[in-house]
Design a protein around this ligand. Sequence first.
Ligand SMILES: C[S@@+](CC[C@H](N)C(=O)[O-])C[C@H]1O[C@@H](n2cnc3c(N)ncnc32)[C@H](O)[C@@H]1O
Length: 242
Amino acid sequence: MDRQLISAIAHRDHPIAAPVSEANLDRLLRRASLPEQARVLDLGCGEAEWSLRALELLPSAVADGVDISERALASAAESATARGLADRLSLHRMPAADFVAAQPYDLALCVGSTHAFEGLKGTMAAAARFVRPGGLVLVGEGFWEREPAPEVVAEIGAYPDLAGTVAAAESGGWLTVYAHVSTREEWDEYEWSWTGTLARWAATHPGPDGDQALAVMLEHREMWLNGYRDLLGFATLLLQRV
Ligand SMILES: C[S@@+](CC[C@H](N)C(=O)[O-])C[C@H]1O[C@@H](n2cnc3c(N)ncnc32)[C@H](O)[C@@H]1O
C-alpha cells in the first residue's frame, strides 16, 4: 500500500488533516469576514474540507483547490458533488508551486501543507503572488512548545517556537490579524482518530496490507506518545497583506 492510501484511511474520521476541530475551522473562516463573491485558493487542499466549508458559509464564493494527490482530489470532487458545491470548486492536480492564478484571491489557505513551498516563509512569499492587496492568508503550521529531544526533531522537523513562527509568517509584508493555537483536546482528538481508525482498518484487513497499516500506526503512535505529545504545537494564523 502506498503512503497516500494509508494517510487517507488514517484521516477518515477527522474533518481535516490537521489538529483543528470543526467548530474552530468554522470560527477561523468566519473571522476572515470575506466579501460577497469572494475568491478562495486552497494550496495543498487535500480533500478540500477548508474550501468546501468556506463555500457553504459563503454562497456567492468560488474556490480553487490545488494538490498533488489524485486520491485526495477525487475525494474532494465527490464531496463537492454530494454537498451541491461542485460548480463553485475547481480542482487542480499539480504541485502548488506550479499553480498560476488567472485573477487575485481574497483568501489563500495553506493548512498543514507549507512543505509545498519549502516552509512557512516560502508559503508566505508565494501567497503574496496570489492574494490581492489587503487580502488574507490562513496558514496552519507546527511549532515547538518546548525544546524536544534531537531524535524527535529529526523525525518531525526543526520548527521554531510560536513567536518565531509568527515572525516567519510576517517577514514578507503580512500582519497577523487573528490566530488559533490548537488545544490539547484537538491534538488528542486528531491523533486518536488517526491511530484508532488505522488500527481498526488493520484489524479488519488481515494479510500484508493490514500488517503494514498496523506497523505504520504503531510507529506513529510511539512517536506521538513518547515523542511529541505536549511538545508539538499547531498554530493557524490569519494574516493580512499590508
Ligand atoms: C496534511 S495534508 C493537509 C490537507 C488540507 N490542507 C487539510 O487541512 O486537510 C497535506 C497535503 O499537502 C499535499 N501536498 C504535498 N506536497 C504538495 C505539493 N508540492 N503541492 C500541492 N500539494 C501538496 C498532500 O497531498 C496533502 O493533501
